[in-house]
Design a protein. Sequence first.
Length: 299
Amino acid sequence: MHTRLITTGCGRYALLAAIGCAVLLGGRGVNAAGPSVARDVEYARVGAERLALDLHKPAGGTRAPLIVWVHGGAWRSGSRDSMPLVALVEQGYAVASVDYRLTPVAPFPAQVHDIKAAVRFLRAKQAELGIDAKRIAIAGDSAGGHLAALVGVSAGVAELEGNVGEYAGESSAVQAIVDFYGPTNLTTILDQSTPHGLGVRIPALQLLLGGQPEDKPEVAKLASVVTHVDANDPPLLIIHGDQDPQVPINQSHELVGKYEEFKRPVEFEVVHGGKHGGDEYHDAPRIEIVRAFLERIGE
């Protein structure tokens, strides 16, 4: 079961060939050849740290709509190998699953700087990669949902743009956001959390922020999605379980409220009985909700 709330408002990188198949966020018309994957595409370096992505490409055609996928893992673990949107690739979307510096390597805002560098790289290389840089959505789950939403609402915020990568002249803006149960307000999340949630979130925030939100209020505010919402932000889809023991669903309610305040388009899919992750978030009905959302944005 689910409940849906919809609110609408007024040079040096070796690239593997990539092809796609649509000019809108709604991908159509794939052929029978099957999708492919260009793995380990380097998009930037930070010192000795090499940053890479895997580009999952639909069959046939050119200029596929793109989804940038950001993995979860409490900001401190996980990798681009975890990419649950294969069904969307089969329906004509390219998906770039990105790695970023994890918090044991670098604290916030390194993660956002890296993901924005990936967006700029993908936009700069759109012709070679066969993607439509005018149709870029960003999506992620858990900590990846937080980062995806933060990237999506912070285009042009100097502290979050960073200087990673070689394509500073390209925009890091995206045209849509899909947030699977991500934190949105790091200044309130601990007060909303269960004891189990605190056991996960306190050490994760310590690594991310270099301290707890009460000790690092300005950093916590900068890292909070709700801080940056304004009247120019792209349409947003949130999918969150009402029994999530790690990221309270109130975090998503806060972000929905901010979007409504600024009269921005937002859709909220509540998974009744849904916990933190699981197959139900990427099953056929939810994938169809994501596809339909992206197609509406592309119209």
